[in-house]
Design a protein around this ligand. Structure first.
Ligand code: ZN
Length: 123
């Protein structure tokens, strides 16, 4: 099964961002190097709607190292919304959702088809 590998420093930073933005959602793009996600680019103008942050396709960065997205859910439900799923399938790659209370255990990863993927933290 495909694994989502994330550098520990990035995971800590994403949790911090989710807490800082709370009660709003934050959204960003994830950059990968050698199979490990190492960096986040915070989306400049995500649509922070009720229950879902999503992205305009035209604002996707032209950056080949961007292989996924991340956004937070201000509630405890880490499941992707309908809007999330339709965005995932258009974007491809992998997608993190960080649910309240924004700890490592409340982070989930999904493939572009919406199935959950295991997360591996890399030191
Ligand atoms: Zn969502």
């Amino acid at each position: 099964m495909e694994r989502v590998r994330i550098r520990r420093e990035l995971m800590d930073y994403l949790l911090e961002l989710a807490r800082d933005f709370y009660p709003n959602e934050f959204a960003g793009f994830l950059r990968e190097r050698d199979g490990v996600f190492e960096e986040v680019l915070i989306a400049p103008d995500p649509h922070f709607g009720r229950g879902s942050a999503f992205f305009n396709p035209w604002m996707l960065p032209h950056d080949e190292s961007v292989k996924g997205t991340v956004h937070s859910h201000p509630g405890p439900n880490p499941r992707p919304s309908g809007a999330d799923l339709s965005f995932f399938s258009k974007f491809g790659g992998v997608h993190l959702i960080i649910a309240y209370p924004f700890v490592e255990e409340s982070v989930r990863a999904y493939g572009s088809d919406g199935r959950e993927l295991p997360i591996e933290i890399v030191d």
